[in-house]
Design a protein around this ligand. Structure first.
Ligand code: ZN
Length: 452
C-alpha cells in the first residue's frame, strides 16, 4: 500500500517535545510518526531538512467580517490569510454587520463559506437578545458566546438578566468569551476628548487597565452561582493578570493574550498611531512584562491574534478617526517564534499555547497535536531570516504595525486535512481544504424531548 505523503528529516513537535523524524499523511489523517525506515511508502516525499514540523496553529479569535463588511475581509480571504500564516483552524467572531446572534444568521455564515474555506473555520455567536435563543444557537455547533460590555450590541445591561444567560450558557457547557472593558468606555472616551485631552491619551484612559481587571472580576462574581466557563479574551493589563492569578485554581476560567500586546507598548502606539490602534489598547512596558511572565507561568495558556482587518482608509488616517484593530494571522507565527528565539519563552512552552491549549479549551477534536489518527493539519517552519512584508499578505488588510520587522522563522509548507495548501512560501491558489467545524454541543434533555 502506498500512502500520500511522507515528510522526513524534521524536528517534530509532539506531546513529548521535539524529536527528530518524519510524519506520514494519508487522506486527511496522520497515519504514522517515526524515523524514515519505519514510515510506509508514499507517492510524495518532502525533505524538511531539519526544519520544525509542528501542528497547524489554532486561533480562537479572528474577525473575518464578510456580509456587509466584505471591503475589509471575507471569510475566503481571511481563511487564505490564515493558511499563509500557518494557522489551519480559526474561530470567527460574531460582531458582524448584521451581528451573528441567531441560529439563522449562523446558518447563513456557513452557507457563505461552504466549499470556499482554505482553513478550518468554526464560529462564535454573540450573546443573543433573549435567553431562550441560547439553545437553538448551541445546536448550530458554535464554540462559544461572545459578550462586549462596552458595546451597543451587548444586550443584558443588568446583572439579574445576565445571570439568566450565564445559567443557560452553563447548561450547554460552552464558554462565555468576555471582552473585558467598562460598559461606559465609549461615553468616557468622548467626555475625555471634550476636556481637551490629546486623543491617544483619552483613548488609553477611557479603556484603562483598572477597568479591564474590574470587568473580569465582576463577571467572576456574577458567575459564582451559575458556574459557566468564562474565557477572558485579549488580556493586556497587570490588573487582569492579578484577577486570573487569584482565581487560578478555578477550572471554569481561562484566558488568552494577543501577540500585539506582547510585542507593542504605548511608546510604539505614539509612533505608529492609527496602525497600532486596537481594543483593548497596547499597554505600558510594565504591563507587557507581566503578560510575558503570566504566559511563562501558564497563568495565561493561549496566544491568539484578534485578527481584525480594516480597509486602507480606515488605517491610514488621523488616530481619532482610525478603526481599532490589527491584522494578525500572517504575523503571529513569525513574530512569536522570533520572540522565542530571542529568549522570551521556550518553544516547548510557546507551541502548545498556539495549538494544543486552544484545541483543548474549545474542544476542537483531533486537531492541535501531531498524533497518529489526528487530522493532518501540519506546518513546516523554516529557520530563515526575513522581514514582515505586508504587501504580500493574502488578507485584504495589507498593513500592519510590524511591517518591516525582522523575523527569524517562516511557515513554508502548510497542510490542512492532508491537503498541501501552502508550498514553498506560496499559498496554493485553489486551496479549499478547510472544513466548517460544528461542535456537538450538549443540549439539555427537556429541550430534546420537545422535538419530534
Ligand atoms: Zn476581537
Amino acid at each position: 500500500m502506498t500512502i500520500d505523503v511522507n515528510i522526513i528529516n524534521g524536528n517534530l513537535f509532539t506531546s513529548d517535545g521535539f524529536r527528530y523524524g518524519g510524519i506520514s499523511i494519508d487522506g486527511n489523517k496522520i497515519v504514522k510518526i517515526g524515523k524514515e525506515p519505519s514510515l510506509p511508502k508514499a507517492s510524495l516525499k518532502i525533505n524538511a531538512k531539519g526544519a520544525l514540523i509542528i501542528p497547524g496553529l489554532i486561533d480562537i479569535h479572528v474577525h473575518f467580517r464578510d456580509l456587509e463588511q466584505k471591503y475589509k475581509e471575507t471569510m475566503e480571504t481571511g481563511s487564505r490569510s490564515a493558511i499563509s500564516g500557518g494557522v489551519t483552524t480559526v474561530l470567527d467572531m460574531p460582531n458582524n454587520k448584521p451581528p451573528t446572534n441567531t441560529a439563522i444568521r449562523l446558518q447563513n455564515k456557513r452557507k457563505i463559506i461552504q466549499g470556499k474555506a482554505a482553513a478550518n473555520i468554526g464560529f462564535h455567536s454573540l450573546v443573543p437578545e433573549k435567553v431562550d435563543e441560547i439553545i437553538p444557537i448551541a445546536k448550530e455547533g458554535i464554540f462559544g458566546y461572545k459578550i462586549y460590555p462596552a458595546s451597543l450590541i451587548y444586550p443584558p445591561k443588568n446583572n439579574e438578566k445576565l445571570q439568566l444567560f450565564l445559567r443557560q450558557i452553563a447548561e450547554v457547557e460552552l464558554p462565555l468569551v468576555i471582552h473585558p472593558d467598562n460598559g461606559y468606555a465609549a461615553e468616557n472616551e468622548k467626555r475625555l476628548i471634550e476636556n481637551d485631552r490629546p486623543y491617544i491619551e483619552a483613548f488609553l484612559k477611557a479603556h484603562n487597565q483598572v477597568d479591564e481587571g474590574k470587568a473580569l472580576n465582576d463577571f467572576i462574581d456574577l458567575n459564582k452561582q451559575t458556574n459557566a466557563h468564562l474565557h477572558c479574551a485579549h488580556v493586556t493589563a497587570k490588573e487582569t493578570i492579578e484577577v486570573l492569578q487569584k482565581n487560578k485554581n478555578q477550572n471554569n476560567l481561562s484566558s488568552e493574550v494577543c501577540a500585539h500586546h506582547l510585542l507593542l507598548t504605548t511608546d510604539d502606539l505614539k509612533k505608529l498611531k492609527a496602525q497600532a490602534k486596537c481594543l483593548p489598547p497596547v499597554r505600558t512596558g510594565d504591563d507587557q512584562a507581566y503578560l510575558w511572565k503570566a504566559l511563562n507561568e501558564e497563568i495565561i495558556k493561549i496566544v491568539a491574534t484578534d485578527h481584525a482587518p480594516h480597509s486602507y482608509n480606515e488605517k491610514h488616517c488621523e488616530f481619532e478617526s482610525a478603526a481599532a484593530g490589527i491584522h494578525g494571522l500572517e504575523t503571529l507565527l513569525p513574530l512569536m517564534f522570533t520572540a522565542a528565539a530571542k529568549g522570551k519563552i521556550t518553544f516547548e512552552k510557546l507551541i502548545p499555547t498556539l495549538t494544543t491549549n486552544p484545541a483543548k479549551l474549545m474542544k476542537i477534536e483531533k486537531r492541535g497535536e501531531l498524533k497518529e489518527g489526528y487530522f493532518a493539519d501540519i506546518v513546516i517552519v523554516a529557520k530563515e531570516k526575513g522581514k514582515i512584508n505586508a504587501v504580500n499578505f493574502e488578507s485584504k488588510a495589507k498593513w500592519t504595525p510590524f511591517d518591516g520587522n525582522e523575523i527569524l522563522y517562516t511557515p513554508k509548507y502548510v497542510f490542512v486535512n492532508g491537503f498541501m495548501s501552502k508550498e514553498e512560501d506560496y499559498v496554493v491558489t485553489k486551496a479549499r481544504a478547510g472544513k466548517i467545524l460544528q461542535k456537538k454541543n450538549k443540549i439539555p434533555k427537556e429541550t430534546l424531548a420537545d422535538e419530534d
